[in-house]
Design a protein around this ligand. Structure first.
Ligand SMILES: Cc1ncc(COP(=O)(O)O)c(C=O)c1O
Length: 411
C-alpha cells in the first residue's frame, strides 16, 4: 500500500469498498449522494437504506454481459433477497426483469408489485400440497420442480402442464469456497434432482404428460472469479441433462453471482462468466434465464446503526450498537463478512484507529458484527454503516428478543 509523504497511510486508502456512489467527503460517508450520518440522525433507529440507481446500474451491467454471451436471455430477480415493496415496484417499472419466487406469498407480493404471472418463475423446496394448489391456480406461472414428489403431485393436479426441473449437477461453489454457501457440492443437498434420480423424474413427467420446457440449476451463492472454474464445471454437468429434454427451451442458471465482501476480493469477471454461458448454451436455440438476488441489491444497501456504548472488557474494546444479527442474519449464519464503517471519520490518517469488536443488542453470544476490526475512536451516539446490507438483511430478519424494529428507505 503506498505511503503518504509523512509516512502515514494515505487518507482512506484501505477503504476497498469505495466507488463513485459510496465514498468519503471530508471524512463523512456519502451514499447515493446522501450523507449517511444525516440519514441515520433523521430516523434514529436501525435503518436499511437502498440506492435505486445502484440497483439499476447492477442490472444494466448484468444485461450487458448477457448480451455479450450471444444467447437469448431473461432475468428474474430473486425476491427472497430483498422484498421491500418500493424496490420490487422499481424493478417492475424497468420492464427489464421478471421475478423469481419460492413461496405462494412471494407470488402474491410479486403480482401486487406489478409483475404479471407470465414473468414469474417459481423454484421452491419442501413444497406442501397447499402451496401447490395456490401456485397451480396461476396458469401462466412457470414452476421448476426440485423433487420427484413435486413432479408427481403437479402431474396429478394438472396433467399436461409445462414444467421445469431443477437438477443438482453434483458440483457447486460459493463465496470463498465456503461449503455452507455451496448448494450442490460434495455434501448431499436438499436442492434439485440428482443424476441418480433422473430416469425416475423423466418417467414421472411422461406418466402425467408433463412437458419439460426448462432445466434449472442454482449451485451456490456469492461466487467470484476465483470460483468460476468450479462454477463452469457445474454448468457443464447441468448442461448434460439437456440431452434427454427435446422440449427444453430455457436453461435457468440460477443466481449466486457474488460481490466483494472484504479487502482483497475482486469483483466477478462478468466477461468470463458470460463466456462460460456462451460456450455451453450458445447456438442451441435456448433462452438462458438468470435469477440473481445479491448481485443486484446487496451492494446497493447499507444498514445504519448507532453506537450505544464503548467499553473495554479484559483485552477487548467493545463497541455496542443498537441493532443485532437478527436484522441481517446472513453474516452470522453463513460467515459472510459484513464490513462496518464509521459514518464520520475525523482522522483520515488513521493514527488513532484501534481494533474493536462490534456487538449487537441481542442476547446471543454470536451477536457480533465484527471482531478485531480497525475503527476510528467512537463515542455514544456515533453512527455506523454496515455495507453490503442490501441482500438477505431485512428479508431474513427476525424479531428475536423483540429487537426486530427497523426502517427501510429506497433513495
Ligand atoms: C433457486 C434460487 N435462485 C436464485 C437465488 C438467488 O441467489 P443469489 O441471491 O445468491 O443471487 C437463490 C438463493 O438462494 C435460489 O435458491
Amino acid at each position: 500500500m503506498p505511503k503518504a509523504s509523512n509516512g502515514s497511510l494515505p487518507a482512506m486508502s484501505a477503504d476497498w469498498w469505495v466507488r463513485d456512489d459510496l465514498r468519503r467527503e471530508d471524512g463523512r460517508l456519502i451514499f447515493a449522494g446522501q450523507d449517511a450520518a444525516a440519514l441515520a440522525d433523521q430516523y434514529d433507529r436501525p435503518l436499511f437504506v437502498y440506492s435505486g440507481a445502484r440497483i439499476r446500474a447492477n442490472l444494466d451491467r448484468l444485461r450487458g454481459a448477457l448480451a455479450a454471451s450471444g444467447c437469448d436471455h431473461r432475468l428474474y430477480y430473486a425476491m427472497k433477497c430483498n422484498r421491500f415493496p418500493p424496490l420490487l415496484r422499481m424493478l417492475a417499472e424497468t420492464g427489464a426483469i421478471g421475478i423469481d419466487i419460492c413461496s405462494p406469498d412471494e407470488l402474491d407480493l410479486a403480482i401486487a408489485s406489478g409483475i404479471p404471472a407470465v414473468n414469474i418463475s417459481f423454484t421452491g423446496t419442501s413444497v406442501a400440497n397447499r402451496d401447490l394448489d395456490r401456485l397451480l391456480a396461476e396458469p401462466d406461472l412457470h414452476i421448476n420442480c426440485d423433487s420427484l414428489s413435486q413432479i408427481r403431485r403437479i402431474g396429478e393436479r394438472t396433467p399436461g402442464r409445462a414444467i421445469g426441473i431443477r437438477v443438482n449437477p453434483g458440483y457447486g461453489t460459493g463465496y470463498g469456497d465456503n461449503e455452507r454457501l455451496s448448494y450442490a457440492g460434495e455434501r448431499t443437498s436438499k436442492f434439485g434432482i440428482y443424476r441418480e434420480q433422473w430416469a425416475e423424474a423423466l418417467a414421472l413427467a411422461a406418466a402425467h404428460r408433463l412437458t419439460i420446457t426448462t432445466i434449472h440449476f442454482h449451485v451456490g451463492c456469492g461466487y467470484l472469479s476465483q470460483q468460476l472454474d468450479a462454477w463452469g464445471r457445474a454448468v457443464g454437468a447441468a448442461a448434460d441433462f439437456l440431452a434427454d429434454l427435446p422440449d427444453a427451451r430455457t436453461v435457468n442458471i440460477g443466481g449466486g453471482l457474488g460481490l466483494p465482501h472484504k479487502a482483497g476480493d475482486t469483483p466477478l469477471d462478468l466477461d468470463r462468466w458470460a463466456a462460460i454461458i456462451g460456450r455451453h448454451f450458445g447456438g442451441r436455440g435456448l433462452t438462458v434465464a438468470v435469477e440473481p438476488g445479491d448481485y443486484l441489491v446487496k451492494d446497493a444497501g447499507l444498514l445504519l446503526l448507532s453506537v450505544v456504548g464503548v467499553e473495554r472488557k479484559r483485552d477487548t474494546l467493545f463497541v455496542a450498537v443498537d441493532g443485532g444479527f437478527n436484522l441481517h442474519p446472513e453474516p452470522a449464519h453463513y460467515g459472510l463478512p459484513c464490513e462496518p464503517v464509521a459514518c464520520v471519520v475525523a482522522d483520515p490518517d488513521r493514527t488513532a484507529w484501534q481494533p474493536v469488536t462490534l456487538a449487537g443488542n441481542v442476547n446471543e453470544a454470536l451477536d457480533l458484527w465484527a471482531e478485531d476490526h480497525p475503527m476510528p475512536p467512537l463515542a455514544e451516539g456515533d453512527r455506523i454503516a454496515l455495507i453490503n446490507a442490501g441482500g438477505y438483511g431485512s428479508a431474513m430478519s427476525s424479531n428475536h428478543c423483540m429487537r426486530g424494529d427497523f426502517f427501510e428507505l429506497l433513495i
